[in-house]
Each structure stands twice: as C-alpha cells, then as structure tokens.
Design a protein around this ligand. Structure first.
Ligand code: BGC
Length: 851
C-alpha cells in the first residue's frame, strides 16, 4: 500500500489543520474493491485519533478532522483497508507539522545596502550578488532531531558546517510573496556536530528580481536591496531538551564567491574567492503572517544526461550538444589551475548555417562563468537555471571533453504518472517532446518558456496544457500551490491577472479597471484549472478553496459584459499565435469579442458545475441565471439559424463545440471538418483552440480528420517540428521555417508547451484512457481506443489516484486485441473500436475483435 498525506510523501512542515490521507491498495485481483477502512493517528505511542471501522469505498482524500495537532510534531498515520473478500491490508506513514497557526519564530534579517554598494565595483554589481547570512553557535549534545525552517525574499540555499543542506533548489519557490511566502523545512540532524557549528543561508535574487518583475520598466532600481531571510533551527537532544536558534541581530552577513546570480543572466563564480569580513544584519519589519509551509514538491535534480557530442561550428566555435532541449545546468568536473576560466553560454538551436544561436533569449544573457582553483573540482550553479540543448564554450582550460560535463535536469519533483509508446516513431517523438516541454516548464510554477527573459506563469499556457500535464505527472500539489497565488493575486473586483504570480507589470501596460491585467482566454484559468484538477484527482477541497475566486471572476466578467461597452473593452491576447493572424501580428483572426464571450460562458459553466459538486444549490442557480442570459446574447449575436456559429475560423468552431455553445453540434462539427479539409488539414489555430481541436473532431465523428491533422508532416503541423529535429514543443508551429530561417528573435521559444496540449489526445483517443466526468479521479473510467491507420500498437499506462491503469492494444492479422488493467477499487467501461462494450472491475483483462 502506498500512502500520501496531502498528496505528498511523508511531508515535513505541513501547515494543514485537517490533513487528508490518500492511499493506493496494490492487489490487482479481479473484482476487488474496498468495503471499509480504519485510520489511526498517533503521536509517539499515544493514539490521538481512531476512525473506527468506517464502511466506505473511499481511499482518496479522507479528511482527518478534529485532530489535536501541535506545531512541529511528527505523527504516524496507520491505515487498514478491508476489501470485499474480507482481506485487510495495512500500512503506515508519517507526517510532521510545521508552525501551523503559530507565528514563525525569528525575525526577517537583511543586509545593509550602503555596505553592499561600497564593497562592489559598481552599484549595478551589487544587485546580482547573493548575500550569505551566517550564525555560529556551540552545540554540545547529540541531536536526535533537528529541523531548520527557512523562508526568504529571494531564493536561498543553506549550508551547515560547509555542507549543503538537502537537495532542493530555488527555495522557497515562487509565490506572490507579499501575500503568500512559503518556508521550507529541512531535516538537519546529520549536519550538526558536537562543538562549534556554523549555519549559512545564501540568498540571491531568484525570482525577486528587478528584471523578472519588470521593475526596471517601472524604475524600481534598488529592488534587490530588500533580500531577506527568516530562519528557525530547533534541535532536540537525547534528553528531550530543545535548543533553538533564530534569525536575529546576532547574525552577520557577508558576500561569497558568486558575483552574478541571476535567473535570466546566469551565474558567475570564482572557486577560490573568499570574503572574510562580515557585517551586522538589519532587522526587517516584514510581515510574518504571510508565511506558510510548502504545499507542493520542491525543485530537484531529477535526471542526469551526458553530453552527446562536441563539435566546431562553421564560425569556429566549440559547442556541446546534449541531444535534447532541457532545463537545468551542467555540472563541471574539471582539473585545472587557479585563475583558469570556464565561460559558457546556452542556446536551444543552431542557425541555418549550423552556428550557435541565442538571439531568441532576448536580453537574458544565460551564461556561466567559473574561475578555477588548483586541482580537481566540481561545480554547478545554485542560483539559476538554463533552458538549452547547446552550450557554447567560449573559454576553457585545455581540451573540452564529454567527461567534464554532466547535465543536471531540474524540475518540480512531481510523481511521474504517464507512459506512452506506440509503433509510430514520429508520434513517440511528439509525445516525448511534449513530456520534455512539461519538464522544462513545470519548475515550481507553470511557465510559458524556460529560456528567454520571460519564464512567467502565463495563465493561458497553464490552463491550455493542464489536461495533458495531468496525464504525464501528478500535478495536484503543484497546481494547488499556484492556484493559491492565482486567487491571492485576483483584483478586488475579480479580474484575474494574465500572469501568476502577478509581477509588477501594471506600468508596462496601462492600469486596468481592476488594476489587474486580465485577458479573456488567459484569466479563465481561474475556472479551468481548479475544475480540471478536481476532475483528475477528485480534490474537492481544492475546488472549494478556489470557488470564491471562480465566482469573483464570473461576476467580474458579467458586470463588464453588462456595461454598454461590453466585455471586449480591454486588451485581450486572443487566439495567440494562430496562423490566421495578420502579417506581423500575433493575434489570430477569431474576433476578440467572440473569444471573450465564449470563454466567459465556459467559465460560468465550470463554476456552476463546481457549485453542484460542492452542493451549493443557490450558488448554482445564480450562475445558471447568469449563464442563460449571456448564452442567449451569444446565440443572438454569433449563431445562425442553422444553429452553428457565424465566425469562419477553425478556433471559433472548436470553441463552439467544446464549450457546448451551439444547438446543432453535428452540423457545427461538419462545418469544422469541411473547413479543415478546405484548409488542407493545416493547423490554423492558436493557443486557445489547440487544446481541443483533435478531441472535438473525434468526439463528433471526424476521427479520420483528427488523425490526418495529427499525422500531417508538412508545415503547419506538429510533425513538421518533429521532422525539423525538435526535441520539445515550439512556441510557433514554424519556429524554424521551411527554408531553415527563424521566426523573429523577439518571440521564438523552442520550449513552449501550449501547442503540446494535444498530448491528452494521445492518452485519451489513441491509447483510449478517458475520464468519466461523473466519477472524478478515474474512480470509474472509460477505455475506448480509437486506432488509426498509421499506428498498429500502443502501450500506455497512467497512474490515477487509485493506481496504475494499463492499456495495451495491437492490430495484427485482422484482429484488434486489447489488454487492460483496472486498479483496485475502480471500474471501467471498455468500448472496442467496433462498438462492443464491457463493464469490468479491478483486474487484468483481454478483449479482441475482428477488424
Ligand atoms: C508568452 C506566451 C503568453 C503570451 C501572452 C508571450 O510572451 O510567451 O506564452 O501567453 O505572451 O500572449
């Protein structure tokens, strides 16, 4: 049995008063399900909670209500699950609370800006230098338990007695820190020693950076003066005695050997540089009430890849090729002499002539400089990450060899839940490109791209990709964290920002109605994301926590909508990068007022569904009325007498079908199909139509057209990119044009997952695993493969919150054969391509039919 608490394995520093338990019972016997469970919670040997035997099939998100939880305390959770044969399976796990509702101990401390300026060569330099906060203390016992709780403005890493603590990167993550600031909890007993100990916390700008927060535009040039840290170290010795160290005026600060620590520009480090002088810290009066334990998985090094190739470009430059567009950094393993230099820059692609090309990083310098000490040394950055496939080695002592590099891949450490493979190598590559784009862009928050001077939490990209993300990794906790910021960043009147965490861009655009820059199709993430997460993971609590935000977003839209100006009064991004955009523009041809209206209806509809799930009939009624009024207006304005929309773009028809906006769906689908044929199967849609295009075609009887689009190799299509050597999904379908030239460098990311939101189609239609929306979490699901000519076999699995669902199908010698594994406590409806269907409970099954 596998147990999680609040979707996490053995969480430390949990600030949840009523934690939830979820477990997966492994046996794959036929027809087995849970009839009851028993859960006990203990503190030490003391039993604090006994559920008694509960007759229930629930195994996901069982709430432990009313536990008398104490801060900073470990609890053991014992679970016994009884199945229908009378067999009981038991297991246990632990979790440890954080500060809960207590105030965080210690004070925020910071450096003194004047000292920083005086000590660095120029004022600019001091913005990018990390600050090391340090405290020495005596400890004379053997610790049995030691926890270090740390938060910071800027990102941090800790060292105790010179050793790096833990394996997380970029703590405490990226949040709307003025309203929500996470603290990380570290288990530090093994780093402490009897005698003098030194604790160091290095804080660098990270995402709290004047470039990232676009503060340069708004002139806040002393931004990084405010870096700060708060920490609390609690050490318990053998006698149960507790020693505490907190950040206070006893701490000192100094610089270290890093002279550039910038997410966009990279890291500069000198191996031997030491700074002995330190200064007293200042106590900062920052708000501690915004501190909260982490709710999602931290960023870690997840994989290591070797360098595949080293070559010299036509320009004579030395370039390393990782063979895959990745996010992370290189680990250098090098022997050399003091003062020798390694200087590298990063790029995603080579240009048409085979030269290193990084103009598309815009102002992000993305570089790494390392000055060596004598002898063998290993080094990798800790204050930045790069999005790259190629590394140009500008300076290097001696001959560059593959053995000198290990490429560390970084992303949020979510559980991998998707596996897909078929006998068509192009589709496998497409799947892997989608997977790699997710890896690169799920780094603490969902971003648009990981390389240029952007890397932001764009809300449309996030919701467009979410249904695919949910197959590839378990994104429940990841999304929970991001959605906290979405609702906190929502304007008072309900507008939802286009970027979460909402960086300071109000000066870059004109200030809006609600001082929050919203856009239709972007801000609808407020409704789409919570509802999708609920569907994938049956997380009702998350839906409940977001409901007010969903309502506020709908109310805001409705109010705007009912003004004489209507909804389309502000800037909207529209069907971003669609191919029917006018030359030189990014916004596709689907009219903005149509998009705004359609997405408003979708958001209201999802809100109604959420109200029903959360059993609020009055709420549902209110939004139903809102829906009916605005739907009628939609019909009057955009629908023809035939019951289809009157807007002649692929995206308009797709949205009409997906959002249920038209009376005559079969005819609408026919028109969409006809238009696609007329467009010669070209993919004309942008970010807003892409997630649904193949799904609505298949759903409405045009699967052959969907597959023809999916398998099309000429531009514009997904496989065009694959043929052009893509290893991730590109921002533009033609990031590299047919003649080998690039889209303009100001907007040409090669790791941008929005067009990869088609990944769910591979799982749901080609493979066949589909959610039954009435039974969230895949409690009851559908297996309905829809094979196509170009594929003869698929092997795929998906780990739902109940366990692994497996599907394998093969077409050979006139027989279609399907093998399915259904997890314990779930059931599935199997629909064969020929139409026969079966209902099965847990276990493994085979089906076949003639084709
Ligand atoms: C981003 C997009 C984003 C868009 C807004 C771009 O710069 O990279 O992915 O959604 O702006 O239209």
């Amino acid at each position: 049995m596998e147990i999680k608490i609040e979707n996490l394995n053995r969480p430390l520093g949990l600030d949840e008063i009523n934690p939830r338990v979820s477990y997966i019972v492994k046996p794959e016997e036929k027809n087995s399900f849970q009839v009851g469970y028993e859960i006990n919670v203990k503190r030490g040997c003391r039993v604090l909670y006994e559920s008694g035997h509960v007759k229930s099939s629930q195994t996901v998100n069982i709430e432990l209500r009313g536990l008398p939880l104490k801060a900073y305390t470990e609890y053991t959770v014992e679970v016994a699950s009884e199945d229908n044969t009378g067999r009981t399976i038991c297991a246990e796990t632990v979790f440890e609370t954080g500060k809960l509702n207590e105030e965080m101990k210690g004070s925020f401390i910071g450096a003194n800006f004047d000292t920083k300026v005086n000590l660095t060569a120029n004022k600019e330099d001091c913005f990018e230098r990390p600050i090391v906060f340090q405290r020495k203390f005596e400890y004379r016992c053997v610790p049995v338990k030691a926890r270090l709780y740390v938060s910071s403005i800027g990102i941090h890493y800790c060292r105790i007695n010179g050793e790096i603590v833990g394996d997380c990167f970029f703590a405490p993550g990226w949040t709307s820190h003025k309203k929500h600031l996470q603290y990380y909890t570290y288990d530090v007993a093994k780093y402490l020693k009897n005698g003098e100990n030194t604790i160091e916390i290095t804080v660098s700008n990270g995402w709290y950076n004047r470039k990232i927060e676009w503060a340069e535009i708004s002139g806040q040039s002393d931004y990084s003066n405010n870096l700060a840290v708060i920490a609390y170290l609690a050490v318990t010795n053998e006698d149960g005695e507790m020693n505490e160290i907190v950040t206070d005026e006893k701490w000192r600060y100094k610089f270290n050997n890093i002279s550039l620590a910038s997410i966009f520009d990279g890291e500069h480090c000198c191996a031997y540089e030491t700074h002995l002088t330190d200064w007293p810290v200042r106590i900062l009066d920052y708000d501690k009430s915004v501190l909260r334990g982490t709710v999602s998985e931290p960023v870690r090094i997840i994989k290591h890849l070797p360098v595949q190739d080293i070559f010299t470009t036509p320009k004579g430059e030395t370039v390393l090729d990782v063979g895959q567009n990745v996010v992370g950094f290189p680990l250098l393993k090098i022997t050399g002499k003091k003062d020798a230099c390694v200087y590298m820059q990063f790029a995603e692609v080579l240009d048409n002539d085979g030269n290193f090309y990084n103009a598309n990083y815009r102002s992000a310098k993305s570089e790494l400089k390392y000055i060596l000490k004598d002898g063998y040394q290993e080094y990798h950055p800790r204050t930045t990450f790069y999005g790259f496939r190629y590394i140009r080695v500008n300076e290097y002592p001696g001959i560059v060899s593959k053995d000198n590099f290990e490429i560390c891949i970084l992303h949020s450490d979510m559980e991998c839940t998707g596996y897909f493979e078929c006998d068509n190598p192009l589709l496998n590559r497409l799947h892997n490109n989608i997977l790699w784009s997710m890896r690169g862009n799920y780094l603490d928050i969902p971003t648009d791209c990981p390389q240029r001077d952007e890397r932001l939490g764009w809300t449309a990209d996030a919701h467009a990709f979410l249904s695919t993300a949910g197959y590839l990794y378990n994104v429940n906790a990841f999304m929970k964290k991001w959605l906290i910021d979405l609702r906190l960043d929502q304007g008072k009147k309900g507008a939802v920002p286009v970027i979460v965490p909402n960086i300071n861009i109000s000066d870059a655009y004109e200030i809006r109605e609600d001082t929050v820059n919203y856009s239709s199709g972007w801000s609808d993430a407020a409704a789409v994301c919570p509802y999708t997460v609920y569907q994938y993971y049956d997380d009702k609590r998350l839906l409940g926590e977001q409901l007010e935000s969903m309502r506020k977003w709908c109310d805001f839209l409705y109010k705007q909508f009912m003004t004489p100006k209507g909804i389309n009064t502000e800037h909207h991004f529209g069907d971003w990068v669609a191919l029917d955009a006018q030359e030189g523009d990014y916004i596709g041809a689907t009219p903005l007022d149509f998009i705004a209206h359609a997405f408003m209806l979708y958001s209201i509809k999802l809100t109604i569904q959420a109200e029903r799930v959360l059993e609020d009939p009055e709420g549902a009624e209110r939004y139903e009325m809102m829906y009916d009024t605005t739907k009628k207006m939609f019909t009057d304005k955009y629908c023809t007498e035939e019951g289809v929309v009157n807007v002649p773009t692929q995206t308009a028809k797709i949205l009409a079908l997906k959002f249920d906006l038209v009376k005559n769906k079969p005819l609408q689908a026919k028109y969409l199909a006809e238009q696609i044929i007329e467009d010669d199967y070209r993919l004309i849609v942008g970010f807003l139509g892409i997630p649904y295009i193949l799904h609505v075609l298949s759903e409405n009887g045009y699967k052959d057209i969907a597959y023809r689009m999916l398998l099309r190799r000429e531009y514009p299509s997904w496989l065009y990119q694959v043929d052009k050597g893509a290893t991730t999904i590109w921002e533009h379908l033609d990031g590299i044009k047919e003649d080998g030239s690039f889209w303009s460098a100001d907007m040409n990311s090669f790791n941008h997952y929005a067009y990869g939101s088609i990944g769910s189609f591979l799982y749901e239609y080609l493979g066949g695993i589909r959610l039954n929306p009435k039974y969230p979490g895949f409690k009851k699901f559908i297996v309905r493969p829809e094979p196509c000519e170009a594929v003869n076999s698929v092997k795929m699995s998906f780990k739902s919150v109940y366990g692994w669902i497996k599907v394998k199908w093969l077409r050979s010698e006139g027989i279609f054969k399907l093998e399915v594994t259904v997890p314990f406590n779930t059931s599935a409806t199997i629909v064969m391509p020929g139409g026969d269907n079966y209902k099965v409970e847990s276990g493994s099954y085979s089906f076949s039919e003639k084709i």
